[in-house]
Design a protein around this ligand. Structure first.
Ligand SMILES: Cc1cc2nc3c(=O)[nH]c(=O)nc-3n(C[C@H](O)[C@H](O)[C@H](O)COP(=O)(O)OP(=O)(O)OC[C@H]3O[C@@H](n4cnc5c(N)ncnc54)[C@H](O)[C@@H]3O)c2cc1C
Length: 387
């Protein structure tokens, strides 16, 4: 058994760490969190120049064709500095690339993948609707009507991360009126500028510099060739395409635990109470010890899922566990990190408060912690909570 990284991976880790410490210093991250709803273009361009968006793209489309472990090694460093930036990159470089590469036609791959690599094409995934994100089949009401050479889309999506800046809204809608629910959905790429598309901000406590918004579709017409994948088969296709997303979200949790742990470890040695540093109080050491253990567990599970994925082995349950352990570890770090910082723990001045707010976003997305537990047991043979 080998738990080590390769020399190339260590180099990539060090390079990205150096880059992130410079370009995502906490002052700048705080500025972004207070002033912008998506990473600014100049920061985006720096990630483009570093080759970030070529990572998962296959070599035949100009990319690096990296595996999940390689990608996670670099992604971990971004997640440790800003979950918003990690999310903003992930919605295009992660599932945007996977949707187009795995489901797209050769023409779609040739058209969009190089543009993504060059940082000129952003995507988002518009799946969730107001009626519910867990029960996808029961909740999706958005329709796309077949009008010969075009689709006409009507409906509403909610909580869609990065849709306000995306060039293409990768939209899941019902195309088959007569089919059973699991055979009724299709995926359609909708250019954001299409007449009839309206975006509305929601406002939330977390990830301020990568907003999630509502999308309204009012008789939106898109060409027939904008379909991704097989008509009526989206339910099964999104499940496969989205499985690796849990690994990326688990890494966001790892980043949050790691960042809060480092900030607290430093703070307890500097903060003085009753004539000495607060690091001597065992209760605070226990908080830190639990963070340390959670970090180790979450990180191991996340890299194990990535490794399984790279080796073509089943990784769905491991990725679900990784997401769960990382999300709950991040929430623990958020709670106890804020305790360690006392009053400063909830002040904008200290990054710990931003990480604490961000931790909430991964409790239910892309799968809730409750549903994760259900999935784990129901795949072991216990009765299912879904039809
Ligand atoms: C900030 C943010 C960003 C997001 N980004 C995106 C995005 O980019 N694209 C996108 O498509 N979606 C996105 N989502 C949606 C996200 O995936 C959903 O919020 C998530 O799937 C949960 O759905 P829901 O919020 O409707 O909760 P519900 O599905 O209504 O669940 C409510 C509660 O019921 C529980 N529950 C439901 N069913 C079961 C069950 N069978 N067993 C046990 N418990 C159950 C849940 O665990 C939860 O506690 C985002 C959400 C947020 C808030």
């Amino acid at each position: 058994m080998d738990f080590g990284f390769t020399e190339e991976q260590i180099m990539m880790q060090q390079l990205t760490q150096k880059f992130c410490e410079k370009e995502l210093d906490y002052e700048y991250v705080r500025w972004m969190d207070e002033h912008v709803d998506f990473p600014p273009d100049e920061l985006w361009q720096k990630f483009v120049d570093m080759g970030t968006f070529y990572g998962a793209i296959p070599a035949e489309y100009g990319g690096q064709g990296l595996g999940q472990v390689d990608i996670m090694v670099a992604y971990e460093q971004i997640c440790k500095r800003s979950m918003s930036v990690a999310l903003a990159i992930g919605v295009t470089a992660g599932f945007g690339v996977r949707f187009i590469n795995e489901l797209g036609t050769p023409a779609q791959r040739e058209k969009y993948l190089p543009l993504i690599g060059q940082g000129k094409f952003k995507t988002c995934m518009a799946l969730t609707e107001p009626a519910g994100g867990t029960d996808i089949l029961g909740a999706i009401k958005a329709t796309a009507e077949d009008k010969g050479d075009k689709w006409v889309i009507n409906g509403q999506k909610i909580f869609i991360t990065g849709a306000h800046v995306a060039d293409s809204l990768i939209t899941v809608c019902r195309t088959e009126k007569e089919a059973k629910p699991s055979k009724s959905l299709s995926i359609i790429m909708v250019p954001r500028e299409t007449p009839g598309v309206t975006i509305r901000k929601i406002g939330k406590i977390s990830c301020h510099h990568c907003e999630s918004v509502e999308i309204f579709y009012d008789n939106v017409e898109v060409p027939k060739e904008n379909m991704l994948g097989t008509r009526g088969n989206a339910f099964y296709e999104i499940m496969t395409v989205l499985n690796p997303e849990r690994i990326g979200v688990a890494m966001m949790g790892v980043g949050i635990i790691s960042a809060i742990y480092d900030l607290c470890f430093k703070y307890v040695q500097e903060r003085i109470a009753f004539g000495g540093p607060i690091s001597r109080f065992q209760i605070l050491q226990n908080y830190l010890a639990d963070m340390y253990i959670n970090l180790e567990n979450a990180r191991n599970l996340t890299y194990k899922s990535a490794w399984l994925c790279d080796h073509g082995k089943p990784f769905h349950l491991e990725a679900t566990m990784a997401k769960l352990v990382a999300a709950e570890g991040a929430r623990h770090a958020a709670t106890f990190g804020s305790e360690i910082f006392g009053g400063y723990g909830i002040c904008n001045e200290y990054p710990v408060s931003m990480f604490a707010r961000d931790a909430y976003q991964i409790q239910f997305s892309p799968i809730s912690n409750e549903m994760s537990r259900n999935v784990l047991m129901q795949f072991q043979g216990l009765p299912k909570s879904w039809p």
